[in-house]
Design a protein around this ligand. Sequence first.
Ligand code: GLC
Length: 411
Amino acid sequence: MAVKPELRVENFENMAFGMFVHWGLYSIKESGEWAMEIHNISSDEYEKYADEFDAKNYNPRNMTKLAKKVGIKYIVLTSKHHEGFFLYDTNGLSDYDAPHSAAKRDLLREFLEACREDGIIPILYHATLDWHESHYKSDFNTYLEYLRKSVEVLCTRYGEIGGFWFDGNWDKRDADWKLDELYGTIRKYQPNAMIINNTGLSRRGQLEHEEIDSVTFEQGLPTPIDRSNMNKYVSGEMCQTMNSHWGIAKNDFNYKSTAQLIETLCACRKVGANYLLNVGPDKDGNLTKMQEAMLEVIGQWMSINGKAIYDGNPCNIQGYNKDFALTTKEGKIYLFIHDLKIVGNKNVTLGGRVDNPRAFTNLYRKINGVKWMDNNEELIFTQNEEEGLVCVNATGYPYGTNLVVRVAEVY
Ligand code: GLC
């Protein structure tokens, strides 16, 4: 039975677009957040990074202001990653935290203040796997209580948190993680917080506990969520790196194109999932120029098409190839049209055409008109209401633009 989403899940889904931020001691090394494990750095060696981690030029407002401008509604920040270092004041639980590092202050608090200033919802990534805390290997139950307490601190000392995004249970698949206690702590203090627990690369989209509010699709396009047998409405979210690492990696040049990111954002919304795009800031917690520039480009696209991204929901209307449609609660329909050409002159653009028929099926509502969201141009269309068939002449991109995915509004 499909059920109505709880308010927190509905709100989460409506946010549509989030930013993932991987920031920790590994940001000093600039070679990915798994460096400690993969490069075999001992705990003693690694701990020295904490004495260097001064976050001198940390200015989280730069990030939250940019997020707001780009149309990003929430940020998922690593309060603790697998390296075990806490970005916040653990209140006596551990010395391996920001106030005991060279920063000598609570960096998470500064981040949360910035989020609140700019109306960004903060969600906290919290690693369950821990390479630093020795009990993780030697006395798992003691470790679990340490983990739970570290979350309790987050729940009780920082005001309202939008959600908790766990990661690492895949490291001990068969262990009893005492999730009822962990999730119970969150429900007790933060009843409106989302609970997410990344199922990892091999179990995308799987629901592994009844308290989970959203399934994850790490680095993979989300599939439609089959809610027919669920006794609660669960949302979906795809997280993706801009290059090949989550934490900053200086010599990783494998950036995706902004066109790919725009297409991926759209593909997520096609099935109603959120898109969580990752950035790995530098050691000071500031985004690199490249990350900022890529976000700016997506923000420009969002300033034209954002409405369709936030308000549109999956529907039965079918497009062909990558084309698809979303509908709003008010009955508006948005057509997401891909792979057009720039219309122009054959000496400068590659043969853009003005005739570009695109068909949609299962569209039975009588339509009055179709127009592009970017320039309000009215499109010629034909409709066979009985057959539910609509054909739109999707004129190409006007010279001077390339929208990558061009969105038309049907009214
Ligand atoms: C993986 C990685 C981790 C990263 C996460 C983000 O689980 O272990 O480093 O933070 O994916 O989804």
